[in-house]
Structures are given as structure tokens and as C-alpha cells.
Design a protein around this ligand. Structure first.
Ligand code: ZN
Length: 67
């Protein structure tokens, strides 16, 4: 999973920013940037999952070095 720079397609009212989003990956026409649109729900979910994963890894790292 990876969060990336935003992209959108002219036909949708949403933008994507996660390379694991099935909808975003399937777009035929990709334009760089958010286009002032709102974030895709699937990308939002993936981004949140990614953030919590990073938090867990950070805590595990702290535990590993005994702090
Ligand atoms: Zn998306």
C-alpha cells in the first residue's frame, strides 16, 4: 500500500491519492493533482489504514530498543 501524489479524471467528482485504490488504478485518463475535488472514499480508507500501520511499526520499534 502506498500513498502517492493525487490524481483525478475529468468525469468524476473525486480524486485519488493511493496507488492501491482499485477505482483510481482503473482510470483511463489520469490528470495530476486533486482538481479541487473531494478524496475518494476508498483512498481515504487506505490512507487511514496506512497511517495506523505506521504508528504500530513506530511503537514496535520503540519497544525493540527498550524505551
Ligand atoms: Zn481512490
Amino acid at each position: 500500500m502506498s500513498r502517492t501524489g493525487p490524481w483525478h479524471t475529468p468525469l468524476d467528482g473525486i480524486y485519488h491519492d493511493n496507488s492501491d485504490c482499485g477505482t483510481g488504478r482503473g482510470l483511463k485518463q489520469r490528470i495530476e493533482g486533486s482538481g479541487g475535488k473531494r478524496l475518494c472514499a476508498e483512498c481515504g480508507k487506505l490512507d487511514r489504514a496506512e497511517e495506523s500501520l505506521h504508528r504500530v511499526q513506530w511503537w514496535d520499534g520503540r519497544r525493540a530498543i527498550g524505551q
